[in-house]
Design a protein around this ligand. Structure first.
Ligand SMILES: NC(=O)c1ccno1
Length: 240
């Protein structure tokens, strides 16, 4: 997978070259190119924003600069363009899986009050564009959201995680939150590991883990239960 990020703060994206993501780059599983939006300005001040039409606080990012940047970065290809914004559709594990199947992703990091809408409208004439939110809160810019999304996507790629089963047992992989996890010691500050996990009975262990996931989901994210496909809960599940 090829990943491009356009930003006015390239240094914000340095974590994409660290740890698990850095290893994925070293293994050649992904390529990451970060582009400074100001490279496509033509004035001495390298201006990337201007006052909003209709008035109001803050500044809006200029369409001319973004248009030239995306023309250059996407030249000749039609990658999927992702624009992080609090006004976007939710970024979910399902969307992460969808993005993991893409050969190329381009992320456009807005700042200030956002990017002139015509940049998205123009790009949508040539490629698939998603305006996506990582949560119901407002960040200073899109860069942190890109770090979140890239990590969520890249970890799903074959060869990135040491144990591919990890991604298969993620929270949300079966539509539920993941239940609690434990490791040694068996008792820690008078708190014991649940006995079933030490029983060696994998049928009981699987059942216990499913029950824990259902209980945690019901308690913390009942909306996820409502979204489960018909038949996802068996008769035992429904007794909980
Ligand atoms: N909530 C978000 O995804 C976001 C992106 C930029 N600012 O907020």
């Amino acid at each position: 997978m090829r990943i491009d990020v356009v930003t006015i703060f390239p240094e914000y994206l340095e974590p994409l070259r660290a740890a698990l993501l850095g290893k994925a780059v070293d293994k050649g599983l992904i390529s990451v190119d970060v582009h400074d939006l100001r490279d496509w300005t033509h004035d001495v001040h390298k201006a990337v924003d201007d006052s909003p039409y209709g008035g109001g606080p803050g500044m809006v990012m200029k369409p001319q600069v973004w248009g030239e940047a995306l023309d250059a970065v996407c030249a000749g290809e039609t990658p999927r363009l992702v624009v992080p914004t609090p006004a976007g559709r939710p970024f979910t594990q399902r969307l992460a899986h969808e993005y993991a199947a893409e050969p190329r992703l381009v992320f456009a990091c807005g700042r200030y009050e956002g990017i002139d809408q015509r940049v998205v409208d123009d790009a949508s004439r040539r490629m698939r564009v998603d305006e996506v939110s990582i949560g119901d809160y407002v960040l200073v810019g899109g860069e942190v959201a890109v770090l979140v999304m890239v990590e969520a996507v890249v970890r799903l790629l074959p060869g990135v995680l040491g144990n591919p089963a990890s991604a298969a047992q993620d929270s949300f992989s079966d539509g539920l939150l993941e239940g609690p996890s434990y490791t040694r010691p068996e008792v820690w500050r008078d708190l014991a590991v649940p006995e079933v996990l030490r029983s060696g009975n994998h049928r009981l262990i699987d059942r216990w883990r499913r029950d824990q996931a259902l209980r945690r989901t019901l308690e913390r994210r009942p909306d996820l239960l409502d979204a489960l496909p018909e038949g996802a809960l068996d008769k035992h599940d429904r007794k909980l």
